[in-house]
Design a binder for this molecule. Structure first.
Ligand code: MIG
Length: 776
């Protein structure tokens, strides 16, 4: 393909925050969204509405321009951009060059092997022989219509890119954004999985910036694989449209990126609890048995997921009434403290007289091809695909959610929405109405799941008036406003447990905060030891769900022996205690954009030990988890960053900026609390409910004043957005604890327990929920 070339810079003009650039072959503009974000745009194809940035608000900045020979220098606050011919940019922040466009042509590393063969024919034969044996022949990536090439500095590191395999630092790998249903074991050379977040962060010395390439077609990100002098991103379709976000730290980049694409809303408290799933708990008796298993073993459980077999012939918005009795079953389980989430796939069974199919057909709500209804095959057999780019379809789908809530369902799980299809991929020319600007599958593929989740969220919100719970497999940048995410079909492999940490960390850095991987692994049979270690890590995932594929062996906590039950329960019990802490983190995330689970680099960017740290993560600012991720290991090399860290299982304080070998037998997942923190916890219970008591765990740090805000509200409605909540401020200085409900529009707690931790000593004080000062 031919790459477009802008040519010589001919002229420019300024219009408020925008610098219009007139090049020989194309026009472009650079627009300052605010003083830290600018947008580089050229309409190559046609004007489109962003699917992820629903409202773009700009703040005035004052721009001045200098002409330097054939180039322009745009100065706006701390950012300066030198614009060269061909729309090559050099970006300065406070006069430091932080990003330089690569001025040469792409030059992929050479694959010499085939040069040994003389003729083209021989080359082809060699390739065929190797492919015949099952080898995959790698090729270099071709030229793309749109290409932005940025110089790679030897110290640069790259993060983000959503849900990708491999390590935390993406340097040296190439990726594509094309939502892909991938059931084979995910490995580090895979370019795509289920989600497309065309956003990455460059850490250049101590300055971080992000690039969000808002193009929903298939996009390409080579993070220095084909040449170590540059990285590039590109597309073969759509527009050149990217946002350049200056941090100047990683945290700043992430916060600003979510200020564009949207923040994760505070979820229902119950959904932060323990989820159990499997493909499938296909009849109510099996669900009863699982709940009994949990009860018998005193293991906490909050939510069960019903996979595709609850439906009547895989027809969405129906259920099999021989195997289930809805809403009586859901009501009975609710009594026992268990919420139910049901799967809803996009594929609508093409069956006469099936109401969903008939309604969709009658109102033109499905995708088409050559003007005819388009079908492919998924679980229900021959199926139609709702056209979620159409407002009528989204409204219809949203309204259908009440069918499920009438069945007593508490949340919806959207699967297969890449969209997946069994009879080959959807052809490029499948048509979508796209609210008045008709387009095809090439442009819509990556946002299909996003739009489905959005419709689901809005429907649940309308019918319940509570915070919806949606979990999706496919998504695009910005889906975090509507849904939570799991990482699709991993397998019960130690390498997948290892991979989960950098994958989730990079999803967090890409704006997705409510995330998890299938605990225990989806495909393949799990071993006892892997299940235990996975539960120990997974208990900290924002979304904590055990799930397994059809025909795999049982994977519930009680599937093995007493030791598994004990270790699994220990991990989940701690999660249940931590619910108020997670809740505060989500609330804080809705305000600031900070994710809940974070790589250490998020808080300790200047510490090089964190830059490639793949086996540890933070929950909020106060909990550091450094799990065992290998079979047979009972010790862990733990890195602790600056500060003093309290080992939860040893009741012992370690000094940071050091590596330690920590004992970690099967029942221990090394977990450290930062001294100088307050962690709110609940007393242990088997099911999450809003409680009228709280424990504040205070981890003292010498001479350090501590202040912590804690939210208390109804845990489920949107009232908190109308200020109906109570906000406690806990502050500690010297030997005084100040408990202050600084906002009190909900209720005060009946009981507050203070636990004060210092090296080898825990002091407990029980008090009321009123404003008070306590000496200890
Ligand atoms: O083709 O609904 O990733 O979680 O259990 C398999 C059955 C379809 C894929 C999902 C998985 C789910 C399964 N689904």
């Amino acid at each position: 393909m031919e790459t477009i070339v802008f040519g010589k810079l001919i002229d420019y003009s300024i219009n408020e925050n925008k610098v219009n650039l007139h090049f020989e072959n194309y026009d472009a503009y650079i627009e300052f969204i605010n003083k830290d974000i600018f947008r580089v745009y050229s309409c190559i194809k046609e004007k489109v509405k962003s699917f992820s940035i629903e409202e773009l608000t700009t703040t005035p900045v004052s721009i001045n321009i200098e002409k330097i020979n054939a180039s322009l220098k745009i100065n706006a606050d701390d950012i300066s951009i030198i614009v060269h011919d061909n729309l090559k940019l050099d970006v300065y922040y406070k006069d430091v060059l932080i990003c330089e466009d690569y001025k040469n042509e792409r030059a992929p590393f050479i694959r010499h092997a085939l040069e040994l063969t003389e003729s083209e024919e021989q080359k082809e034969t060699s390739k065929k022989v190797s492919e015949g044996e099952g080898h995959k022949n790698n090729t270099n990536s071709y030229n793309h219509v749109i290409e932005v090439i940025k110089k790679h500095n030897p110290n640069n590191k790259y993060y983000g890119l959503g849900e990708k395999t491999g390590f935390l630092n993406k340097h040296g790998y190439e990726y594509e954004m094309w939502n892909t249903d991938e059931p084979s074991a995910h490995l580090e050379y895979f370019k795509s999985l289920y989600k497309s977040i065309p956003f990455y962060i460059t850490l250049n010395a101590d300055i971080a910036y992000g690039i969000f390439f808002d193009n929903t077609y298939r996009t390409f990100f080579d993070m220095g694989k084909e040449n170590s002098d540059y990285i590039y991103f590109g597309a073969d379709n759509g527009n050149l449209d990217y946002y350049f976000i200056v941090g100047p730290c990683i945290k700043g980049v992430v916060r600003k990126y979510v200020s564009l694409t949207g923040k994760t809303p505070l979820p229902k408290k119950k959904m932060l609890g323990i989820h159990q799933s499997r493909w499938s708990y296909g009849r109510n008796k099996r669900v009863d048995q699982i709940i009994e298993g949990y009860e018998k073993n005193n293991i906490p459980l909050d939510v069960m997921h019903l996979d595709i077999d609850y439906m009547d012939n895989y027809k969405v918005f129906t259920y099999n009434n021989e195997r289930f009795d809805l809403p009586n079953d859901t009501a009975k389980w609710k009594e026992k403290g268990i919420d139910i989430v049901t799967i809803i796939d996009p594929g609508v069974k093409a069956e006469d007289n099936y109401f969903i199919y008939e309604e969709g057909k009658a109102n033109n709500l499905f995708a088409t091809q050559n003007g005819q209804l388009y079908h492919n095959r998924v679980w229900p057999g021959k199926s139609a695909y709702p056209d979620f780019t159409k407002e009528e379809t989204r409204n219809w789908w949203a309204k259908n959610q009440h069918i499920m809530t009438n069945y007593g369902v508490a949340g919806i799980w959207n699967d297969m929405n890449e969209p997946a299809s069994f009879d080959g991929p959807l052809p490029d020319d499948v048509e979508f109405a796209n609210d008045g600007r008709p387009t095809n599958h090439l442009e819509i593929h990556n946002v299909y799941g996003h739009l489905m989740a959005k419709a689901t969220y809005e429907g649940l919100k309308d019918t319940t008036n509570e915070r919806p719970f949606v979990i999706t497999r496919a998504c695009y940048a910005g889906s975090q406003k509507y849904t939570t995410f799991w990482t699709g079909d991993n397998q019960s492999l130690w390498i997948h447990l290892q991979m989960a940490i950098p994958m989730l960390c990079n999803m967090s850095l890409s704006g997705l905060s409510f995330i998890g991987t299938d605990i225990g692994g989806f495909g393949a049979d799990v071993t006892k030891e892997l299940l235990i270690r996975w539960a120990e890590v997974g208990a900290f995932f924002p979304l904590c769900r055990n799930h397994a594929s059809m025909l795999t062996r049982d994977q519930e906590p009680f599937a093995f022996d007493q030791e598994t039950i004990d270790c699994y329960k220990k991990a989940l019990d701690y999660r249940v205690e931590l619910i108020p802490y997670y809740y505060d983190l989500f609330y804080n995330g809705e305000l600031t954009g900070d994710p809940v689970l974070k790589p250490l680099i998020y808080n300790y960017q200047n510490d090089f030990n964190t830059h490639n740290l793949n086996d540890e993560f933070l929950i909020g600012d106060s909990i550091l988890v450094s799990p065992v991720l290998e079979q047979g290991k009972t010790k862990k090399l733990v890195y602790l960053p600056k500060g003093n860290w309290y080992n939860k299982d040893e009741n012992k304080i370690y000094k940071g900026e050091n590596y330690y070998v920590i004992d970690a037998p099967l029942h221990i997942c090394p977990t450290f609390i930062k001294c100088g923190s307050v962690i709110p916890t609940y007393p242990l219970s088997l099911h999450i409910e809003n409680k009228d008591e709280i424990i504040f765990n205070i981890y003292l740090d010498e001479f350090k004043e501590i202040s912590y805000n804690h939210l208390y509200d109804d845990g489920k409605s949107f009232d908190y957005r109308n200020n109906i909540y109570t906000l406690y401020n806990i502050s500690i200085s010297n030997d005084t604890i100040n408990i202050d409900p600084v906002i009190n529009n909900y209720k005060l707690y009946n009981k507050i327990t203070l636990r004060i931790y210092s090296d080898n000593n825990i002091q407990e004080i029980i008090t009321t929920g009123n404003k008070q000062i306590i000496k200890f």
